[in-house]
Design a protein. Structure first.
Length: 355
């Protein structure tokens, strides 16, 4: 996910509109969406397949040490966990779910008012399309710069429903609070002497939000909703807007499905925390699949470094003869490496950084 202006993306058909006509027809699936080999057999797991972390227990002195061990293990081995008792008010979650759902119900022309520009990821459409022959994801998205507020471009923010911006603002504030709490505990798990160390590195807490709409596909076993990737961020919070699941993570060389727990946020470690932790924490590849007859909507809140931040293993973790496993790099340069991999699911952008 990015802060800065990027290389040009190519416009492709709106998938929501395509699905409306194609699902009821007898026509063959358009060739550019067919990814049978990638979408093949998948081993499914229930929500308990990834760890569950209780933020309330972390914040309670009586149970904090025990739960910190759970958090540390989740970050080191899974890279994903479900966060319960996170304290985000029910009404905040209800409102953002309502407004995101209403946005995707708007006529196509109303949504296209907020369409992406060719050289930016912000706005409504499908990003990361670099060639006319590239295989396409079965999804549309709305990508917004959320924090700091001066990074926003009003052109891309929906005016309908009228409460959309207010709902995003409230959820953004709650997500930032949760991320800050988790970073303090992660600093403790890493053995950093100053709990505020990670927070200081992410001063200002830049946030972006990707809302993704996955239409149903009657040949769901032939398409991919979101291509495999890891995230060029430090910490992400995923909210399932409706009850349809589709998130899959790479585990022991297999794609496994994650069934979100009711009321939980799905949290994952991004590339930046893997580098800062010198490989202690894992940024795991993940993807999304689609349902044959149900739409799926999700909202991911990404937390990122500032563009001028230098990213490298924390010096505190290299004491007593510790060896750096990654080179240090400017975050803006790291983003260039990330996008040079063309969002193809490979962590090839890591190759040049490993020592």
């Amino acid at each position: 996910m990015a802060h800065e202006k990027l290389g040009g993306f190519l416009a492709v058909p709106n998938v929501q509109e395509l699905a409306l006509t194609w699902n009821g027809s007898g026509e063959q699936l358009p060739e550019r969406y067919i990814r049978t080999e990638e979408a093949g057999a998948v081993e499914s797991i229930a929500g308990s397949g990834i760890p569950v972390v209780d933020l309330g227990m972390l914040l309670d002195p009586a149970s904090s040490a025990e739960e910190l061990a759970v958090l540390g293990a989740a970050c080191q081995h899974s890279g994903f966990f479900q966060l319960i008792n996170h304290g985000v008010p029910d009404e905040v979650i209800h409102d953002i779910r309502r407004d995101i759902t209403e946005f995707f119900k708007l006529p196509l022309e109303a949504k296209k008012v907020h369409a992406q520009l060719p050289d930016r990821v912000e706005g409504y459409g499908q990003a990361f399309v670099f060639s006319e022959t590239q295989k396409l994801d079965w999804a549309d998205m709305l990508y917004l710069m959320v924090r700091p507020t001066e990074s926003r471009n009003a052109r891309f923010w929906p005016a309908q429903p009228p409460s959309f911006t207010d709902s995003v603002d409230k959820f953004s504030a709650e997500a930032a609070r949760v991320a800050s709490s988790l970073l303090r505990f992660m600093a403790a798990d890493m053995g950093l002497e100053q709990p505020e160390r990670l927070l200081e590195m992410f001063a200002g807490q830049p946030q972006t939000m990707r809302v993704t709409y996955y239409p149903p596909c009657r040949e769901a076993n032939k398409v991919i909703g979101l291509s495999p990737h890891s995230d060029a961020t430090y910490l992400n919070l995923l909210l399932h807007v409706n009850e349809v699941q589709g998130l899959q993570i790479k585990k022991d060389g297999k794609w496994v499905s994650v069934d979100p727990m009711d009321g939980a946020l799905v949290v994952n470690i991004g590339d930046i925390l893997e580098i800062l932790s010198n490989g202690r924490y894992k940024s795991i590849e993940h993807r999304a699949v689609v349902h044959p007859d149900k739409e799926r909507i999700s909202a991911a809140m990404f937390h990122q470094p500032c563009p001028n931040t230098t990213v490298g293993p924390l010096p505190e973790l290299l004491k007593n003869g510790g060896r750096a496993r990654y080179k240090s790099v400017d975050y803006a340069e790291y983003m260039k490496l990330f996008f040079s991999a063309k969002f193809d699911g490979l962590k090839s952008h890591f190759d040049g950084l490993r020592i």
